[in-house]
Design a protein around this ligand. Structure first.
Ligand SMILES: Cc1ncc(C[n+]2csc(CCOP(=O)(O)OP(=O)(O)O)c2C)c(N)n1
Length: 585
């Protein structure tokens, strides 16, 4: 045993490895992504990105049925995609331990919504563990495998952004090497047709009954008695905030929150004069405590967004804990497409086309921001094509409708949306922005880019051939760094009476290891038209004195997009090769 500093994500990976996990599988999504990126570094674990969370959960189901321990990872919205296998796997049960690591994102630091995964655990009838720091992340993952195998059920470990990304001390141990038993067919358990499912549904109730006994005395649920005036029931990172803000109150710290430990809660409530619940997101614990007929004091704590020690202290009229003052004079850094981003030229063309753009999720969602403001919708991964088709059905949009989707998102959940357009005779236009990577979450490989999680080459799907095979007759390839070409192809395709797919292929600017010489503005030639500024490139700004464009040579990567949109040939090579710290070689 030795002690070391780890983030929650690193600790989850370590816990899985120590538990003898043989396979780790998932789909990237902040704040969960680094779990598999760390697990892949351990000996004896095969780690893979799947095209989406449902496939990942099904791969995990296969590993488990084959008798080995498996970890499947995703962010909270990923569980919407993987919910189908999870709900029925709960009936079927497991072979080797099956643990879902699901990372919630209160305050939506990098997500399109806030979801509380505890509701899923209750709905799917599977136990859920909520670690409060990295040490518990490691321990709870190991426990989750034991619980999974002992109670024959998948187990969810729920983290939140602060747990996933904060570092704290953990005790690391050795790996438990486990034999994989010989496979025996058990169709009664694993073929969930109605006759078998009815039997397993009843059996799941039995397993849950046993788990209900377990939660009352398991070490993950503990009472910390200090005084009797106030008691707080809490879980996850909220426990840390309570300890910091209210160091003298008694706490019922719940590590396993489904099934809900009714007797333990009743006993704790009986010991204190006033009882409060402190939990981020939904009133999951609160409703269950109230359902027991126990009075819970009003704190006024919100059910939206992240908490902090200060917020918890204020809710109880306690002094604000002393924290290091936040640095307030940092320059604002709004999210922007990078200099040289291949998506920029596409959105410049779409803006010019005045199209209604049904967008999707990825770096290209930033095309919604000023100055391009070229995206009309973004709901969830894969929605762009279904929404474009829906708008086409109503036919009220005076402008052309174009669906825009990234390569990773297309592989994740775009294929069925396109198939629907083919099947239902759409005459719409779809753009696939193939930047050869899953850029938004940090450059993970995917089936289009053809790189595995371990960094090995994999077959890269031929998008053009795939789309043609799906029945799309008009498939065009364009260079996204040439907005003129993109615009003209788009114009032709939106006017045509057929479904078309336009693939814009160029690598993410951060994958390009060569930086061309930066450009500069020829002051005499600049007519102050603002066309280059309207690209929204971080390297280009307007000189407040002269109103002319200026290019910051330390940021410009020499992609030349601004040269292409300038009508007065005022953007010229600066001749100043510059060193920006070795990112580009
Ligand atoms: C269901 C779901 N899973 C994962 C995510 C996290 N996520 C957001 S965008 C994205 C993929 C972006 O890749 P791509 O479509 O290739 O676009 P790029 O960022 O490369 O432009 C992922 C994994 C999510 N928002 N929703």
């Amino acid at each position: 045993m030795s002690r070391t500093l780890m983030s929650g994500n690193e600790a989850v990976a370590r816990g899985a490895w120590e538990a003898g996990v043989v396979v780790g599988v998932g789909y990237p999504g902040t704040p969960s992504t680094e779990v598999l990126e760390n697990l892949v570094g351990y000996e004896g674990v095969n780690c893979q990105w799947a095209p989406n969370e449902k496939v990942a959960a099904e791969v995990a189901a296969g590993v488990s049925v084959a008798g080995a321990r498996v970890l499947v990872t995703m962010k909270h919205v990923g569980l919407n995609v993987a919910a189908d296998p999870l709900f029925t796997q709960a009936y079927a049960g497991v072979g080797g331990g099956l643990v879902y690591l699901v990372a919630d994102d209160p305050s939506m630091h990098s997500s399109q919504n806030e979801q509380d995964t505890r509701n899923y655990a209750a709905a799917a009838k599977v136990p859920i563990l909520e670690p409060s720091d990295s040490a518990e992340a490691l321990e709870f993952v190991k426990r989750a495998f034991e619980i999974s195998e002992h109670y024959d059920v998948p187990v969810i470990v729920r983290t939140t952004t602060r747990i996933s990304h904060s570092k704290s001390m953990v005790e690391v141990g050795e790996r438990e090497e486990r034999d994989i038993p010989e496979y025996h067919k058990d169709a009664g358990r694993f073929v969930m047709m109605p006759a078998n499912a009815r039997v397993r549904r009843v059996d799941l109730a039995r397993r849950l009954n046993e788990l209900e006994t377990c939660v009352e005395s398991c070490p993950e649920n503990r009472v910390e008695m200090r005084g009797t005036e106030l008691g707080v029931i809490t879980s996850g990172v909220a426990y840390q905030y309570v300890r910091e803000a209210l160091p003298d109150v008694s706490v019922l710290k719940l590590g396993m929150t489904f099934p809900f430990p009714e007797a333990l809660v009743g006993e704790f409530a009986a010991k204190v004069e006033r009882l409060a619940v402190v939990e981020e997101l939904d009133p999951y614990l609160m409703l269950r405590v109230k359902a027991l007929g126990i009075e819970v004091m009003e704190t006024g704590l919100p059910q939206i967004g992240e908490y902090s020690p200060g917020l918890v202290a204020a809710a109880f009229g306690a002094p604000e804990p002393e924290l290091r003052e936040p640095i307030t004079d940092l320059p604002p850094r709004p999210p922007l497409m990078c200099p040289g981003c291949p998506h920029r030229g596409v959105f410049y063309a779409l803006h010019r086309l005045k199209a209604v753009v049904t967008g999707d999720i990825g770096c290209y969602t930033l095309g919604a921001l000023p100055p391009l403001q070229a995206v009309d919708t973004c709901i969830c991964m894969g929605a762009s094509m279904g929404m474009a088709h829906g708008m086409e059905l109503i036919g009220s949009a005076e402008k052309p409708v174009v669906a825009v989707i990234g390569d990773s998102t297309f592989a994740h959940s775009g294929l069925t949306g396109l198939l629907n357009m083919v099947y239902n005779g759409s005459k719409g236009t779809v753009m696939i922005l193939d930047n050869r990577t899953t850029a938004m979450t940090g450059h993970q490989g995917n089936p289009v880019s053809g790189v595995t999680l371990a960094g090995d080459p994999a077959p890269a799907v031929d998008l053009e051939a795939l789309v043609r095979a799906m029945g799309v007759s008009s498939v065009r390839m364009v260079n996204p760094h040439d907005p003129g070409e993109v615009y003209h192809v788009l114009k032709e395709e939106v006017a045509a009476e057929h479904l078309s797919v336009i693939v814009a292929k160029a690598p993410c600017a951060l994958l390009v290891r060569e930086k061309a010489d930066p450009f500069a503005v020829d002051e005499d030639a600049c007519v102050k038209c603002g066309r280059c500024i309207n690209l929204g490139c971080p390297a280009i700004s307007k000189d407040p004195q002269t109103s002319r464009a200026v290019i910051d040579a330390t940021i410009c990567v020499g992609c030349g997009l601004c040269v292409k949109v300038c009508k007065s040939d005022a953007i010229v090579p600066s001749g100043a090769a510059c060193d920006i710290g070795g990112r580009w070689s």
